[in-house]
Design a protein around this ligand. Structure first.
Ligand SMILES: Nc1ncnc2c1ncn2[C@@H]1O[C@H](COP(=O)(O)OP(=O)(O)OP(=O)(O)O)[C@@H](O)[C@H]1O
Length: 604
C-alpha cells in the first residue's frame, strides 16, 4: 500500500519541460479503453457542466492565442505609424481579451473541481457499497491495507487527474494546434525553422525522461520499503521492545534510509537536468528563429509585428508539448488507479438470496447440521461429514486442539461461507433457502475479536440492534454484567470509545460484546470464549453475563474453560475437521479419550 502512496514525485516545474517528470507510476492500465469508458460513465452524469468546461477552455486558449496575435497589428498598425489613440484602444481591447481568458480559466477550474469531486464522491459511494456486498472469502484473500488503498490512494489519483490532467491535456492540444496554425499563417518558412528544433527537443526530453523514470521507479520502491518497515515497526513496537531489538531496528532502518537517499538523489539529479537542457534548447531555438526572422524581415518583407507575434508563439511552443507528456503520465497513473477501483467493483458480490427466500419469523432455534463438508477452497476440505443437532435452550460446546475447525463450524451457521455438501437447517428449513438478513438477525455472536467502533458505549452496545431504546441498552448491559463498570466510567454510557476500544481492558471489551449480543436478543447465540487470561473476578462477571444471556436460547460455544464445558448439553470434540467424540462431560470423561486428555492434560 505504502508503495503506491509515493508515486507522486515532484520534479522541477517551470517551463519548458519541467513538468514532464512530475509523476511516475510503474503501473500502467491494462485495459485503457474499458477503464476510460467506465470512467466516462461517471463523468457523463455531469454532461452539461462538461460542455460548459469545454466552452471555457476554448475561450481561455482562444484568448491567449488572440492576445499574442494582436501584437502584430499593435506594432504594424499603431506603433510604427505612431497612431497612439488607436494604440490605446487596441491595448484596451487586449486587456478585455486577457481578462476574459483569465475569467474563463478561473471558472473552468471551479467547474472541473465540482465535476471531479462529484465523480469521486459517487465512485467512493459505489465502492463502499460494493465492499458491504462482498462475501467474507473476498476479505480473506485481500489485505486490509490493499483494500484501504483503493479508497485513499487510487481514488485520490482519479480525483487529481480529473481536476488537472484532463483539462490540461485538452488545453495543450488546442494551444498546440492553434499556435501551429497561427505560426504557419504568419510565416510558413519560419515555422519550418522552429519545427526543425522540435524533434531534437523531444528526443532529448524523452532520453532524460526514460533514464530518470527508471531512477524514479527505483526511488519509489525504496520509499515503499522504508514506509513498509516503519509501518511494521510501529505496529510491532511492543514486540521490538520486549525482545530488546531497538538497536537492530535502528540499524536496519538506517540501511533502508541510505538506499532511499542514494536512489532519490539520482532520480532528482536526472530530472533536474531536464529544465536547464530545455531552457537552453529553447533559448537557442528562440535566437535562431529571431535571427532568421530578422533576415526574413529585411529580405523577404516579413512585417515586424508579424515577427513579434511569431516569436511570442515560438517561445510558447515547447510548453504544451511538455505539459502534454507530463499530464499523460499522470493520466496513466490515474487510469491504473481507476482500473484497480473498477476491478474491485467487478468482484462477485455475495450470491443473492434464492427466489422466494423464507423470511424467518418467531424462530424456535433448532439448528441441524447433516453430513456437512466444507473447505475454504474447493481443493482443501477443512470439515468432514459433520452432523449435529442443537435444540432450543441447549448448549453445544466445541472443543479440540488448535486448527481443529471449531471457528469454521460457527462461521457456517450465519452463512458467512457456503458449504460444499451436506445440509444446515434452522427450524427444519435449509439455510440456503432462508433470506440471509433474517438468518443473521436470528443469530448473535460474541467473538473474541469483536470490533468496537469509534463512538459512545451506548452506540456500541446498540450496534446489536439499531432500534433499541436507551432503556433496552441499559437493560442489556445489566444482563451482561457490564452495567457496573460502565457506570463507573467518567461519562457512563456516553463515554466515547476510540481506536477499537483501546481505552478498555480486555475483560471490559468482552462484557460490552456480551451486552451487544444481549441487546440483539436473537434466539441463537454463538460464543467464542476469551482465551486471554482475565482476572478471576472479571471472569466470574463474564461467566455470569454469558449464563444469563444463554437462558432460553440455542447456544454454540467454543469453550476454553472447563466450567463452560461441564454444563453443556453436548460436547463435540473435533480433530482435523472431524467429530471424534461427542456426549456430555460425564460420558466423555468415562470414555478416557481425547476429551479426557484435553480436560486433564493426562493421557489415559
Ligand atoms: N479464512 C480461511 N481461509 C482458509 N483457511 C482457513 C481460514 N480460516 C481458517 N482456515 C483453516 O481452517 C482450519 C481450521 O481453522 P479454525 O479457525 O476453524 O480452527 P479452530 O479450531 O477454531 O482453531 P483455534 O482454536 O486455534 O481458533 C485451519 O487449518 C486453518 O488454517
Amino acid at each position: 500500500m505504502s508503495e503506491r502512496k509515493t508515486t507522486s514525485t515532484p520534479a522541477p516545474g517551470g517551463m519548458p519541460g519541467g513538468g514532464a517528470t512530475r509523476r511516475f507510476s510503474a503501473e500502467k492500465p491494462k485495459n485503457t479503453s474499458l477503464t476510460i469508458r467506465r470512467l466516462w460513465g461517471y463523468l457523463q452524469k455531469n454532461r452539461l457542466q462538461l460542455i460548459i468546461v469545454v466552452g471555457l477552455i476554448l475561450i481561455n486558449t482562444g484568448a491567449s492565442l488572440t492576445g499574442s496575435y494582436l501584437l502584430r497589428p499593435v506594432i504594424n498598425d499603431y506603433i510604427i505609424p505612431k497612431n497612439y489613440d488607436g494604440l490605446l484602444n487596441i491595448l484596451g481591447f487586449m486587456l478585455v481579451i486577457y481578462c476574459a481568458g483569465a475569467t474563463a480559466a478561473y471558472l473552468q477550474s471551479r467547474f472541473m473541481i465540482i465535476i471531479s469531486q462529484k465523480t469521486v464522491n459517487q465512485i467512493r459511494n459505489d465502492l463502499f457499497g460494493k465492499l458491504q456486498a462482498l462475501p467474507l472469502p473476498f476479505f480473506d484473500s485481500n489485505s486490509h491495507g490493499e483494500l484501504m488503498s483503493r479508497f485513499t490512494n487510487d481514488v485520490d489519483l482519479i480525483s487529481e487527474s480529473l481536476n488537472n490532467s484532463i483539462t490540461q491535456i485538452f488545453t495543450s492540444i488546442i494551444t498546440l494546434t492553434g499556435t501551429f496554425l497561427l505560426m504557419s499563417y504568419i510565416s510558413p518558412l519560419l515555422t519550418l525553422v522552429t519545427l526543425v528544433m522540435v524533434p531534437l527537443m523531444l528526443w532529448l526530453a524523452s532520453q532524460v525522461i526514460k533514464r530518470s523514470k527508471n531512477y524514479f521507479i527505483e526511488q519509489q520502491k525504496a520509499v515503499g520499503a522504508t514506509n513498509g518497515y516503519i509501518e511494521e515497526m510501529i505496529t510491532g513496537v511492543k514486540v521490538v521492545k520486549v525482545f530488546g531489538h531497538e538497536q537492530k531496528a535502528e540499524n536496519d532502518f538506517e540501511k533502508l534510509n541510505e538506499d532511499l537517499r542514494e536512489k532519490a538523489t539520482k532520480a532528482q539529479m536526472y530530472s533536474g537536468m531536464m529544465m536547464p537542457i530545455m531552457i537552453n534548447m529553447s533559448t537557442i531555438n528562440y535566437a535562431l528563429t529571431a535571427t532568421i526572422g530578422g533576415l526574413l524581415a529585411v529580405t523577404r518583407g516579413l512585417d515586424i509585428g508579424g515577427l513579434a507575434s511569431f516569436l511570442q508563439y515560438s517561445r510558447q511552443f515547447g510548453r504544451p508539448i511538455n505539459e502534454l507528456s507530463s499530464q499523460i503520465n499522470s493520466l496513466q497513473a490515474a487510469l491504473a488507479g481507476a482500473e484497480r477501483v473498477f476491478e474491485m467493483m467487478n468482484r462477485e458480490p455475495e450470491a443473492p438470496d434464492v427466489e422466494n427466500a423464507v423470511e424467518l419469523k418467531n424462530v424456535e432455534g433448532e439448528i441441524k447440521l447433516e453430513n456437512v463438508t466444507f473447505g475454504y477452497n474447493d481443493d482443501k476440505m477443512i470439515l468432514h461429514d459433520i452432523s449435529l443437532c442443537a435444540r432450543p435452550d441447549q448448549k453445544i460446546a466445541f472443543v479440540g486442539s488448535t486448527g481443529a475447525g471449531k471457528t469454521t463450524i460457527i462461521n457456517l451457521l450465519p452463512r458467512f461461507y457456503d458449504i460444499q455438501s451436506g445440509k444446515i437447517s434452522i427450524d427444519g428449513i435449509d439455510i440456503r433457502k432462508v433470506s440471509r438478513e433474517s438468518l443473521r438477525k436470528s443469530i448473535s455472536m460474541v467473538l473474541q475479536d469483536t470490533h468496537l467502533f469509534s463512538g459512545t458505549v451506548m452506540e456500541n452496545i446498540r450496534y446489536g440492534r439499531l432500534n433499541a431504546t436507551d432503556e433496552e441498552v441499559v437493560k442489556a448491559a445489566e444482563l451482561a454484567n457490564a452495567h457496573s463498570f460502565i457506570s463507573r466510567m467518567p461519562q457512563g454510557y456516553q463515554t466515547v470509545l476510540e481506536g477499537d476500544g483501546s481505552n478498555l481492558s480486555q475483560g471490559q471489551r468482552q462484557l460490552l460484546n456480551i451486552a451487544r449480543a444481549a441487546v440483539a436478543d436473537a434466539p441463537i447465540l454463538i460464543l467464542d470464549e476469551a482465551t486471554s487470561s482475565i482476572d478471576t473476578r472479571t471472569e466470574k462477571h463474564i461467566e455470569q453475563g454469558m449464563d444469563t444471556l444463554m437462558k432460553g436460547r440455542t447456544t454454540f460455544v467454543i469453550a476454553h474453560r472447563l466450567s463452560t464445558v461441564r454444563n453443556a448439553d453436548e460436547i463435540i470434540v473435533l480433530e482435523q475437521g472431524r467429530i471424534i467424540e461427542r456426549g456430555n462431560h460425564q460420558d466423555l470423561i468415562l470414555k478416557k479419550g481425547k476429551y479426557y486428555q484435553l480436560c486433564t492434560g493426562q493421557f489415559p
